[in-house]
Design a protein. Structure first.
Length: 391
């Protein structure tokens, strides 16, 4: 039975607001007048298939009905609208960072299915990806209250429920039909869960918790079930977005200190810092973070700085700024980015620009610098849109 407990949701949103405000909130609109550095496109291998056509998806988080806006991606990175597709569930509306999360939508590894959380109706929707858009397969309860992030493996789906501090565990078939299997609780006294991801080797599921300044790690068994959570302290305040490198290092954005940290994950799941709170040069509210598929670069979307900060990742997981001052990509005044993802196997970087109601785009150069591409309109500014995923 689907649930929608408005009172609990309201209390959670107030608590989340108070917590994130103390961490230099991701809705911070402080602008910067620093210009992006000169950038030049690096040459690419002739006929590289990784830039072949793909797609970008953005969720509207509409309180009267959540939708996914779909865009096809051409080989040059440009986007063409395909339409809006109803999830059958509801969002929570809002104007700025209403889910306080990353990965409100996620793709199956084969890019045939799209999974989307519906925070207002406490469920998750599954779409079949088609050449001309999306086809809704089904919608199932998320296993908790206020789902705000989702992670997908080849045969399992994990949904983070922020109010109930739980992870719903599902299996799915090739058609996208979900089967609820279990629910796992986050560690005691955690607060403000923001993102869930699975490690490249499929052994660990990690969750960042921005208010309690902690990161949980769950061991995944051979059946996809989760063990007891192992809690680690964050190196800096406000751990928010994160991603694993191919060799298993964990790179985390820190909204509370305009920085990012990297960690190694031990056999027992505990995290040890490699680089602790590396400053992005004061680009405020770096909430969302993505790592390229080769593990060479990490980028944060900075809500308060209207910018993208790039970090080079060393072989040991150490982080160094790509651009002095931290402004690797300039999104324009008032952009307020809310999510970020790669397309074309890391050749293109896409950003949801809440402040202007558009999708920003960059070509990713071989040295990690960014060359801006044309924005794509298609959203309403400050209308509650939340979640962007691309391939």
């Amino acid at each position: 039975m689907l649930t929608n407990t408005r009172t609990r949701l309201g209390l959670f949103r107030v608590a989340a607001f108070i917590g994130i405000a103390t961490l230099a909130a991701c809705s911070d609109q402080t602008a910067s007048n620093i210009l992006a550095p000169d950038q030049a496109l690096a040459s690419r291998e002739s006929g590289d298939h990784s830039t072949s056509e793909g797609a970008v998806y953005v969720t509207t988080n509409g309180v009267d009905g959540n939708e996914v806006k779909a865009f096809s991606r051409a080989a040059d990175g440009s986007l063409t609208p395909l339409g809006a597709f109803a999830t059958g569930g509801k969002g929570v509306g809002g104007t700025a960072d209403p889910l306080t999360s990353q990965a409100a939508a996620a793709l199956s590894p084969d890019h045939k299915l799209l999974f989307v959380v519906n925070a207002g109706s406490n469920d998750v929707s599954v779409f079949r990806i088609k050449n001309d858009g999306l086809k809704l397969v089904e919608r199932e309860p998320s296993g908790g209250v206020f789902p705000n992030s989702v992670a997908v493996t080849e045969d399992a789906v994990y949904v983070l429920n922020a109010t109930s501090n739980t992870v719903g565990i599902f299996s799915y078939d090739e058609s996208g039909n979900l089967r609820a299997r279990a629910t796992a609780a986050l560690s005691a006294n955690t607060s403000g869960p923001s993102e869930v991801r699975v490690s490249p080797n499929g052994r660990w599921l990690d969750v960042t918790e921005r208010v309690s300044n902690t990161i949980d790690a769950f061991r995944i068994d051979e059946h996809g079930n989760l063990g007891a959570p192992i809690k680690s302290a964050s190196a800096g305040p406000g751990p928010f977005g994160f991603q694993f490198t191919p060799n298993g290092a964990v790179v985390v954005s820190e909204a509370g200190s305009a920085s990012a940290s990297s960690y190694t994950q031990a056999r027992d799941g505990s995290l040890s810092a490699v680089s602790s709170s590396v400053s992005n040069g004061g680009q405020a509210a770096p909430c969302w973070l993505i790592v390229d598929s080769r593990g060479r670069f990490a980028y944060t979307a900075n809500a308060g700085g209207s910018s993208i900060s790039g970090f080079a990742i060393g072989s040991d997981g150490a982080l160094t700024l790509i651009t002095p001052g931290g402004r690797t990509g300039d999104l324009g005044s008032g952009a307020q980015p809310l999510d970020i993802d790669f397309g074309g196997d890391g050749h293109f970087l896409y950003v949801l620009k809440n402040g202007t109601g558009s999708i920003g785009a960059f070509a990713v150069n071989s040295d990690g610098t960014l060359t801006p591409l044309a924005d794509t309109p298609g959203q309403f500014a400050r209308a509650g849109f939340m979640g962007l995923v691309a391939y």
